[in-house]
Design a protein around this ligand. Structure first.
Ligand code: ASP
Length: 303
């Protein structure tokens, strides 16, 4: 199937976002727009949505601006544990990785798990051994160190009882794209939540919660308080309501984020449908987001 429309939407996390200086906003917006333009070029040149989303997310993982890869936040034990997932809507092939501590680009490993193993989800030591075996870039955990994120942890600990988690100003990253062949892909990567318990896994690597891609319907990447996104199966739910209730992308996505708010769940999502319509609802102070499609020019926003 070949579609006329194509495009990509990305996020850099939903959260409080208050107190971002105009300079910080500018730096974030510049990174998001540069990444989007390059990822869109992949689609324009006839590349696959899977390549476009993997590229966008790995760019964000290499930046200290976001809570993924290099910028990952700390657990209560002052370690950094990363989660990621990727899905291809043509055949629902998917790969996910959780609780890895020395993989430079967890999203690339997630894709390799999808394409080079019989499995969907690898965690911890097993995921890292596989990464070593296939020559994925391994770094010393000190690569992820950041004084700023350590300060965030200390602040969270001083405010909250042990093992409580806090909403961060920097965010999880994700990308969802539709290519010229009608293929929808989605990818999400995160360091989780500051002060999470070691071993805690959120929604980001869970297919159906943090990430979902289904050709002919939609693709979604979520961000927010992961425990709720798992319990409400947010990413798949957006597509399910479109499919079964005949809702539009925006109706479905917006309703779900509103419903989450009613139970005290904070967060947002980005989504694209088979016609390259985009929806980016959130119920937090802000969500770093941007999109380009063949129908709509580059747009970037935080609030
Ligand atoms: N959803 C992520 C998690 O719970 C965090 C986030 O998106 O900010 O791990």
């Amino acid at each position: 199937m070949s579609g006329e429309n194509y495009g990509i939407v990305v996020h850099g996390g939903a959260g409080v976002m208050s107190g971002l200086s105009p300079e910080q906003q500018k730096i974030i917006e510049t990174k998001v727009s540069k990444t989007l333009i390059s990822a869109y070029k992949v689609l324009e040149d006839g590349g696959s949505s899977l390549d476009a989303v993997e590229f966008a997310v790995s760019e964000f993982e290499d930046s200290p601006l976001f809570n993924a890869g290099k910028g990952s936040v700390y657990t209560s034990d002052e370690t950094q544990e990363m989660d990621a997932s990727i899905m291809f809507g043509k055949d629902r092939s998917a790969g996910a990785v959780a609780s890895v501590k020395k993989i430079k680009n967890p999203i690339k490993l997630a894709r390799k798990i999808s394409e080079e193993t019989k499995h969907v989800f690898l965690v911890g030591d097993g995921a890292e051994s596989f990464a070593e075996m296939i020559g994925e870039t391994i770094v010393d955990p000190s690569y992820f160190h950041s004084d700023k994120n350590l300060k965030r942890l200390k602040k969270a600990k001083s405010k909250l009882a042990k093992n409580n988690i806090v909403e961060d100003k920097i965010g999880t990253v994700g990308a969802v794209a539709l290519d010229k062949y009608g293929n929808i892909s989605a990818a999400t990567s995160t360091g989780g939540m500051t002060n999470k318990m070691p071993g805690r896994v959120g929604d980001s690597p869970i297919i159906g919660s943090g990430t979902w891609a289904q050709n002919g319907v939609c693709g979604v990447s979520s961000t927010g308080h992961g425990e709720f996104f798992i319990k409400f199966q947010v990413a798949k739910e957006v597509c399910a309501r479109m499919e079964y209730l005949n809702q539009s992308l925006d109706e479905s996505a917006t309703n779900i984020i509103e419903e989450l708010e009613l139970v005290g769940a904070t967060g947002g999502l980005i989504a694209i449908d088979k016609e390259a319509n985009i929806s980016t609802p959130f119920n937090t102070g802000g969500m770093i987001r941007g999109s380009i499609t063949n129908k709509a020019d580059l747009s970037i926003a935080i609030y």
